[in-house]
Design a protein around this ligand. Structure first.
Ligand code: CU
Length: 170
């Protein structure tokens, strides 16, 4: 798509969105069956960055375990489910097959932990933008959410501005 057109459409979308003046607002909440998805946010990316990350929390109010098994976004080539693991004193990201959402529990995707990995970004993520993310759950099905893009310095969980690939390497 023509970039100017895209930018214009995006500006229109943001202007008419009730979230336009509440970027990163934690009250941004979605219900899917027994699941409540809250506070989705992403972080702007450097123009050279190929990947970004998405964060949110998922509360399972039901009595049956569920799992997040896939995600996708028009803002990314593809989306992977990632976690962080310590490996020889270095924190590394690793793709996981699914993110468990046990009955009665809340799972939080956050910097330094579980996250959505937005791979092969066609365009950098820009602060103030909102990207659409489709989430696929094994039992509850599929939903689409809007994910505001926050400043690059937004709550990094003390892990610096990077994505945590080598954060313990000084
Ligand atoms: Cu990752």
């Amino acid at each position: 798509m023509n970039r100017l057109l895209y930018t214009a459409m995006l500006a229109g979308f943001v202007a008419f969105s009730p979230l336009a003046d509440a970027i990163g607002a934690e009250e941004n909440s979605y219900t899917l069956g027994n699941l409540v998805i809250e506070g989705p946010w992403s972080r702007e990316t450097a123009s050279s960055a190929r990947n970004g990350a998405g964060f949110l929390s998922i509360e399972n109010q039901g009595s049956e375990d569920d799992r997040l098994v896939a995600a996708s976004s028009s803002a990314a080539g593809h989306v992977e489910l990632h976690t962080h693991l310590m490996d020889g004193g270095v924190m590394r990201m690793r793709q996981v097959e699914a993110i468990e959402v046990p009955a009665g529990e809340t799972v939080t995707l956050q910097p330094g932990g579980l996250h959505l990995m937005l791979m092969d970004l066609p365009e950098p993520l820009v602060e103030g933008q909102e990207i659409r993310i489709e989430l696929v759950f094994e039992k509850s099905g599929t939903t689409e959410i809007s994910m505001p893009v926050a400043n690059i310095a937004a709550d990094s969980g003390g892990h610096g501005k990077g994505h945590g690939m080598n954060k313990s390497k000084q």
